[in-house]
Design a protein around this ligand. Sequence first.
Ligand SMILES: [Zn+2]
Length: 357
Amino acid sequence: MEQITEGKATIAVYKAEVVSKELPVFYNPVMQSNRDISISYIDAAKCKSIYLPMAGSGVRAVRILKELPHIEQILIRDIDENALNLIKKNLRLNGLDKDERVTVAQGDASEPLKERRKVDYIDIDPFGTPVPFIQAAIQSASKGSTIAVTATDTGCLCGTYAAACHRKYWAKPLHVPIMHEVGLRILIRRIQLMGLPYDRALIPQISYYKDHYFRVYLKVKKSKEEAQRLWHQQQFLLYCPACQDFEFTTHLFNHECGCGSRREWAGPMFAGPLSTDLLKHLTCEEPESSAFLSLLKEECKVDAPFFYDISSLASKHRTSQIPLQTIMEKTHGVRTHFCVQGVKTKEKSKKIIGLIR
Ligand SMILES: [Zn+2]
């Protein structure tokens, strides 16, 4: 065991050269920014009652308690005995073991909470796909709850393992420059499908891809009309690998692109906005998380899906690359967190190609 500090928490973790799920309890330092942003979200969305069904080392729980004094209660669960012992140890280490707001219990994250209690925020943070845990989260949610979901199975959602994506997410991924946004939208739609039979609309508040994982915060609304609206927000994508032109569609009849190439398809996926205005209220002190949030906020200024990967377009058209800044200025575009050389704009690909030629 060794002690580490993250945010305002000091916690004991298993010592490891390489972080792996073979460890008795899994602590991943790469996920610090995932936790930084979740704490800012809980604060901005004014969540008071927290449920962590897969608490692991307890680092998120301790940080929430130490960094957000307005929290009224927190239910910390894990299925694993080792994790529960470590969580208790870490609460003790931070002087929180006798805190009346805290409940620690053994439990399976794939089963809904038995006792009825108000929950403002549920965090699903598994290793791999979150799909097996979503149903229970929806059933444990209260009116207006947020369900925060991490997915680390990016190989599946981005098309390296397309068959696994079909099987788990009921959609076709696409291994192209916009694959991360396609994967994120496929994930969101799959989560939303699970709420629809209960007239629950799960509306994305903040969604992103970072360090090989996806993260989405969805607000649960009990409304037949909203659920119906979400049903109509799932679309297929037609995408041209040659000119990067794209189009959302409900049918897949026309694969011909204006440039003469054949378009590929992906989906179904969520075609609505990935984030809401709540994003503007998020702040982090940690420099990396803070810079990342700024990039997300900038990106939201252009209300359009997807982006153009300028570097890949330039190499396809055998031109030397012109500065991103120039392309952004001429297309009223912004940078995107999905791709270093990406530009998000409402312009069509024809205009971009005209600029780089
Ligand atoms: Zn084309």
